[in-house]
Structure formats: C-alpha cells, structure tokens
Unconditional design. Structure first.
Length: 42
C-alpha cells in the first residue's frame, strides 16, 4: 500500500477530512453571519 509508506492511516485521513469539513463549515457560517453586519456599517 502506498499510504503505509508515508505513515498515513486511511482512518486518520478520513477523520482529518471530517474535522476539516467541520472547521470549514463553522468558519463559513461565521463569515456569512458577519457579512450583513459589516454591510450595515458602511
């Protein structure tokens, strides 16, 4: 297996992708919620 050469576990990779998606969703929601407030300040 190619992944074993780099010491990357498939489960670890999937777990990292899930956490990355969760972080991105939180970041996107914060940006979306702050956009209307920023537009009002102009």
């Amino acid at each position: 297996m190619l992944s074993s050469n780099y010491g990357i576990n498939v489960q670890d990779l999937q777990r990292w992708q899930k956490s990355a998606k969760r972080l991105f969703n939180i970041f996107a929601e914060e940006c979306a919620s702050s956009l209307p407030q920023a537009s009002h300040s102009f």
